[in-house]
Design a protein around this ligand. Sequence first.
Ligand code: ATP
Ligand code: MG
Length: 393
Amino acid sequence: MKEIILLKDGEIVLKGLNHRSFEDVLKKNIKNSLSGLGRFEITSAQSTIYVKPLSDDIDLDEVCGRIARVFGIVSFSRAAVCDEKTLDSVLQTAPVYLEKELKSAATFKVEAKRSDKKFPYKSPDICRELGGEILSKYPHLKVDVHNPDITVYVEIRDFGAYIHADAVKGAGGIPVGTGGKAAILISGGIDSPVAAYMMAKRGIKLTAIHFASPPYTSRRAEEKVVRLLKKVSRYAGPMTMYTVPFTKIQEKIKNECPEELFTIIMRRLMMEISEKIALQNDCSALITGESLGQVASQTIGALACTNEAADMVVFRPLIGMDKQEIIDISYKIDTYDISIEPYEDCCTVFTPKHPRTRPVLKYVKEAQEKAEFEPFVEEALNNLKTTFISADD
Ligand code: ATP
Ligand code: MG
């Protein structure tokens, strides 16, 4: 039996005139997400996107798993394509296609949608005929129109008749690439991969920036970040990661700045360097995984000091979230287990015993200016390492 996947796009429907270009991006993203699984025809009509496998050996479970991670899709249904667009074909197909579901249910109902008005039977007729057919094949079933165990959907559309059970929830959000480009500051922690996921969900295409301080941080810490980003790119699509050599700058902070300001100056330099990388990569915003009050460097005062180091808008999608809420998302996107692997991040190198929770910008800037970081920043920017990240599922 031939199958197809029917997708409902979400918020992009609201975008009026932009709808077409949003839908084009969404179709391209779907196509990319299915790479390696076979050939597909992806078309749209009547506010539905059709993903049609072009050979019989395609693993549709895997296809559905990947589609479930594409932003811009509210729901989708894996459906049987009736051999012909006739009532007979519908009556033949539905009981066979949904045999397993119908056998294990006690109650059911049929819902029919006829968007091809040329089809000679109206929706209530289709429901009645198919309901009767199902009852005759599965006499244990009862009809329950209010709270059925299973709903059998029949869709009579321009290009065919389709049968499916309840739709599956999609990833929501808006298609990646329709919301501009931004650079995510990514550590190996729990928070920043979640922040990356959240902004990709709002249509942002990502570039990743990671600060590494070997030998204080290990190769494996950097590899861990690559593995995290591979998980994120299952949702966000492929991206470039820049690794910034940060050792000399951190040693200089340690040797020349007041200890209680180590972290705040380090974070300001991260923002300054990230902004420069972002500009070179057509990004118009930075993203961090900061959450208000989580640590000393994430108080209002500390964030104000950090924020002043870059002119670019900074998105902090986790700012108002509790740790547990962040962890819940990290489970969902499968980054949690990697994030908790114990490798040193550059943020935990040279941490002060008593960090300033209410740093005064004037003194922070004075301390930073005195140490003259400019040539070091320049050197770091000239020695970026580039890694190409794509999902490997
Ligand atoms: P995370 O779980 O993302 O590491 P955190 O709660 O541990 O966050 P910090 O270590 O203070 O908080 O880092 C705050 C934010 O700074 C991170 O969410 C991330 O955006 C950025 N950041 C921290 N370390 C790095 C790094 N080595 N490279 C790039 N960005 C970093
Ligand atoms: Mg961290």
